[in-house]
Design a protein around this ligand. Structure first.
Ligand code: NAD
Length: 492
């Protein structure tokens, strides 16, 4: 059985805890590898290596740090095919989707190539007589990243590009379900010239996460995953005195106003609900049909579903792959039995030969709050439709939902769209864009139960998270003017 090892100090390190987890090929259902699950001691070892590497990396000239990211960008492009195959092999997503994930991850590396601009401090001359003030942005030390299964390359790149480019050392604890891409990314960073120990990957489960959360030498934790774990990470990490950003789950609503182009809205809903088998934190999981748009919209969505090709991710004909594990597939399917609403298309009826973790696409109409299919984050290819009478009803529904990651509005009325983006209580909004993941020079972050903490991830917010500010006040007085003065220093 293939072993997925840790990456510590610039080399692969076999697991030493005696504990391992299975890594499946979701398209066949067969176990393909074992991943090491780190003990507390192994986490301590990775943090110690990172802490030792930190001062040298912090003191490396910014231009040389930037060189590493230019070379890393080139290597990511050169190895894109191999990385996409790795993503498909362990996550199950189709190859084109894996290539899209890498392309969006690459944006973060490009952002890191120009990070010098955002690491500049400020300078105020003559803030008081003969006194100048300037500010510095300095790295924190060791930052730990804990990532989910659904973007095994992009979310690690969200975190590690900024953390390392800002001069920190990094310890990544990727999802144990699809751990190999993270190791490959770390290997490519080493090939790009990153000194050993600056980027480490330690595999594991709760034991490893909990050790990172309490470790005295971990300065900050960047987490992406489900809301219950995000809350645990935020509460435990901040109680231990760390800076924490913890991005959680989602229930993304796509509001369709009566004037919307039905065909365009249906195309967008199908693409955003079922792409990556609905295992995206920005997937549309609820269509909110306003007024008399509902009947034609549901017909248009349902009419597109029989043509969707569900199959192994490495088959170029497949548009949607399997779910990540058998348990997850069964949990998603359970919402079609007693989850509420009226099942218009039942994905369980779509058979894919073999033992892969496949489930066809499902559409559930007449859904309302209070039904499990509405209330829970399903994280699978199940799209709900809630019918409401007016724009105000739609807005109230979205704003009363506990999650606030992404939302979209489909309309041809610019005034209505403008009003929605102003009034909706949600971190990321798309206007006729169903999956509004911000480009890398903005930042990614939801509101409400979709993010615990004060900073979004990547982009300028990520730079704020990965650095701290120091303010220096300076004067060069003539010693002859020196005198004792017990008063509080004044500027005027
Ligand atoms: P998850 O919460 O199960 O796991 C995320 C990470 O936490 C993994 O590394 C896992 O090993 C670790 N973990 C799991 N249980 C833990 C526990 N009890 N204590 C400590 N650590 C634990 O999430 P997942 O199933 O891997 O990913 C899917 C979830 O992630 C969905 O809820 C999705 O919405 C969310 N997600 C959110 C975003 C975002 O940006 N908001 C992005 C991607 C995914």
């Amino acid at each position: 059985m293939r072993q997925v090892e840790h990456w510590i100090g610039g080399k692969r390190v076999p697991g030493g805890s005696g504990r391992t987890g299975p890594v499946y090929d979701p398209a066949t259902g067969a176990q393909q590898a074992e991943v090491a699950l780190a003990s507390r001691d192994e986490v301590d070892e990775a943090v110690a290596v990172a802490a030792a590497a930190f001062p040298g990396w912090r003191d490396t000239p910014l231009s040389k740090r930037t060189d590493v990211f230019f070379r890393f960008r080139h290597l990511l492009e050169e190895h894109a095919g191999e990385l996409a195959a790795l993503l498909t092999g362990e996550h199950g997503k189709v190859r084109a989707d894996a290539a899209g994930e890498l392309a969006r991850g690459l944006e973060n590396v490009e952002f890191a190539c120009g990070i010098g601009h955002l690491l500049k401090g400020g300078h105020s001359e003559q803030a008081a007589t003969g006194v100048d003030v300037h500010s510095l942005r300095q790295p924190l030390g060791v930052i730990a990243g804990i990532t989910p299964f659904n973007f095994p390359a992009m979310v690690p790149l969200w975190m590690l590009a900024n953390a390392i480019a800002c001069g920190n050392a990094f310890v990544l604890k990727p999802s144990e379900k699809d751990p190999s891409p993270s190791v490959r990314l770390a290997e490519l960073l080493t090939a790009a010239g990153l000194p050993d120990g600056v980027c480490n990957v330690v595999h594991g489960d709760r034991e490893a996460v909990d050790r990172l959360l309490e470790h005295p030498d971990v300065a900050a934790i960047s987490f992406v995953g489900s809301t219950p774990v995000a809350r645990h990470v935020y509460e435990t990490g901040t109680a231990a005195g760390k800076r924490v950003q913890a991005l959680g789950g989602a229930k993304n609503h796509m509001v369709v106003l009566p004037d919307a182009d039905i065909a365009m809205a249906a195309d967008a809903a199908v693409s955003a609900a079922y792409g990556s088998a609905g295992e995206r934190c920005m997937a549309v999981s609820v269509v909110v049909a306003v007024g008399d748009v509902a009947d034609p919209l549901v017909d248009a969505i349902a009419g597109r579903l029989p043509a969707l090709q569900v199959g192994p991710g490495d088959d170029p004909a497949s548009e949607m792959g399997p779910l990540v594990t058998r348990e997850h597939r069964d949990r998603v399917a359970s919402y079609l039995e007693g989850g509420g609403g009226r099942v218009v298309v039942d994905g369980r009826e779509h058979e894919v030969p073999g033992d892969g973790f496949f489930l066809g696409v499902s559409l559930v109409d007449d859904v309302e709050p209070g039904m499990p299919v509405y209330d829970d984050e399903i994280f699978g290819p199940v799209l709900s439709v809630v019918r409401v009478a007016t724009y105000e009803d739609a807005l109230r529904l979205v704003n009363e939902n506990p999650y606030g990651n992404g939302t979209a509005i489909f309309t041809r009325d610019g005034g209505a769209a403008r009003r929605y983006q102003h009034e909706v209580v949600c971190g990321m909004v798309g206007v006729n864009v169903p999956i509004p993941v911000p480009v890398a020079y903005y930042s990614f972050g939801g509101w409400k139960a979709s993010l615990f903490g004060d900073t979004a991830v990547y982009g300028p917010s990520g730079v704020d998270f990965c650095t701290r500010t120091k303010v220096v006040t300076t004067r060069w007085p003539d010693p002859s003017t020196s005198a004792v003065d017990l008063g509080f220093p004044r500027t005027r």
